[in-house]
Ligand binder design. Structure first.
Ligand code: AHR
Length: 495
């Protein structure tokens, strides 16, 4: 079947919240320690302990918001252990992730500094599973109260006079699992209680995010919305793309057969259905879509790299991950009316990372490059798209070969992002850009693709997979004619 796309440049469907390009950095493996924090005395060039190479790379992709300190770690994190002189900070065991010593050198002040340097919004996840209401309430007071109070005074003693601006606060993480193994009814009650003491001080207004469902646990969403919708601004959802079985073997990040490529694409596309169904439940209680769906953990989850600590979740990243990222963004854009933030898991050295490090060396992954190519959609107006795509067939199963989303930015430039998920065949498309194509039209594009399914960058070969100028587009009969190679992600700019 022919692939046809109509992009209606004059029909806008609301803003693509830039926070869809959010990140998540947990005290897990080498994400925070080594990946971000090396300490002021490190030989790795750093700014007040935060490594400069990673900072510069993250600044380039315009990280809008960063979630911290977990994940599962959040529900056993006691923030008071992570403030004050570093040499006096309590050492603890990171029981979830590898049983290693957590020295608390990266705490609230260091995280806020990181956000300041990245010019992004902090998104802090509080501890419901093993923390008290008082502890959570005092954390918010510590960070945001400007007057005289025990916590604000302590913050000043620790070197921060001015309160920080803190918008996003999560009340627990995965409280159906590592965050306390709760039933939704019980968590809904706890959410109501804990959030009461998450105060707005002075001009600081907190956007409260309730802990949401695991994958397709629609009952969780129903119970939370029914019992607490008026007390939340956002409700989270977690879904990971895992080709195999979570416990029996997820599949390798690099050494995988063709069928795992197909299954990975199929599972990534499942995100669309999850958003639709959870959102339909949310609509019942929130028809005006005031409450944001916050997909604060998503991405690929494979077996750890052989020989690495199983608790560190370190995996390589291939062109397959680039496709997964592109597919997700096209889905998120097309649900921009409900999806207000997403946070890929995780920023450095863990799961579907942007960046991998080894001592002072750093790799930018194929996923990083997709974030770079797609950043043009941040805060742009989503455009209405009609499309018919041919099939990508494998072993008697079919998926749409191509996915698409489009937006128009403040300067009127239209960006169109396309993913061809077929691992063998190119996709030929006619794209009718209604209301834009004319004699003066300029079209340019960027592509990321590879010759093999498992192409990836290594510390020896940094640029095996990287973006290039896209030459497979031409304007014919007032339409764009596009040839997308197999396994490719493309972003076009039409002005
Ligand atoms: O991202 C890794 C872990 O996955 C997080 O800590 C947890 O929330 C989820 O299960």
């Amino acid at each position: 079947m022919k692939n046809n796309v109509i992009v209606n440049a004059d029909i806008t469907k609301g803003k693509i919240n830039k926070n869809i390009y959010g990140h998540f950095a947990e005290h897990l493996g080498r994400c925070i320690y080594e990946g971000i924090w090396v300490g002021e005395d490190s030989s790795i060039p750093n700014t007040k302990g935060i490594r400069n190479d990673v900072l510069a790379a993250l600044k380039n992709i315009k990280v809008p918001v960063l979630r911290w300190p977990g994940g599962c770690f959040a529900d056993e994190y006691h923030w008071k252990d992570g403030v004050g002189p570093r040499e006096n900070r309590k050492r603890m065991v990171n029981t979830h992730w590898g049983g290693v010593v957590e020295n608390n050198h990266f705490g609230t002040h260091e995280f806020m500094l990181l956000c300041e340097l990245l010019e992004c919004e902090p998104y802090i996840c509080g501890n419901v599973g093993s923390g008290t209401v008082q502890e959570m309430s005092e954390w918010v007071e510590y960070m945001t109260f400007e007057g005289e109070s025990p916590m604000a005074n302590w913050r000043r003693e620790n070197g921060q006079d001015e309160p920080w601006k803190l918008k996003y606060f999560g009340v627990g993480n995965e409280n159906w699992g590592c965050g306390g193994n709760m039933r939704p009814e019980y968590y809904a009650d706890l959410y109501r209680r804990y959030q009461t003491y998450v105060r707005n001080y002075g001009g600081n207004k907190i956007y409260k995010i309730a802990g949401g469902a695991n994958v397709d646990d629609y009952n969780w969403t129903e119970v939370l919305m029914k019992n607490a919708h008026w007390l939340m601004d956002g409700l989270s959802l977690h879904y990971y793309t895992i080709p195999g079985d979570f416990w029996l073997g997820k599949g390798s990040a690099i050494d995988f057969p063709e069928d795992e490529w197909f299954i990975t694409m199929k599972k990534a596309l499942h995100m669309d259905q999850l958003i639709t169904k959870h959102s339909t439940i949310m609509d019942k209680y929130d028809p005006d879509k005031r409450i944001g769906m916050i997909i604060d953990e998503w991405g690929t989850w494979f077996d750890v790299e052989p020989g690495t600590n199983p608790g560190f979740l370190y995996q390589q990243n291939t062109i397959r991950d680039a496709l997964v990222a592109g597919l997700h963004f096209n889905i998120f854009h097309n649900h921009a009316d409900r999806v207000q933030m997403t946070n890929i898991a995780q920023t450095v050295n863990v799961l579907q990372a942007m960046i991998l490090t080894e001592g002072e060396k750093m790799i930018l992954t194929p996923t990083y490059h997709v974030f770079d190519m797609y950043k043009v959609h941040q805060d742009a107006e989503l455009l209405a798209v009609d499309s018919t795509f041919g099939s990508y067939e494998y072993n008697g199963e079919t998926l749409p070969q191509v996915t698409v989303s489009a937006s128009k930015n403040a300067e009127g430039i239209v960006h169109i992002s396309l993913c061809n998920i077929d691992h063998q065949n190119e996709a030929v498309l006619d794209l009718d850009l209604r209301g834009v194509i004319g004699v003066e039209t300029k079209v340019s594009g960027t592509i990321i693709t590879a010759d093999s399914m498992n192409a990836h960058n290594t510390f020896e070969q940094l640029e095996v997979v990287k973006p290039a100028a896209f030459t497979g587009v031409s304007v014919e009969n007032n339409k764009l004619s596009i040839k997308l190679p197999a396994m490719s992600v493309v972003t076009l700019a039409v002005e």
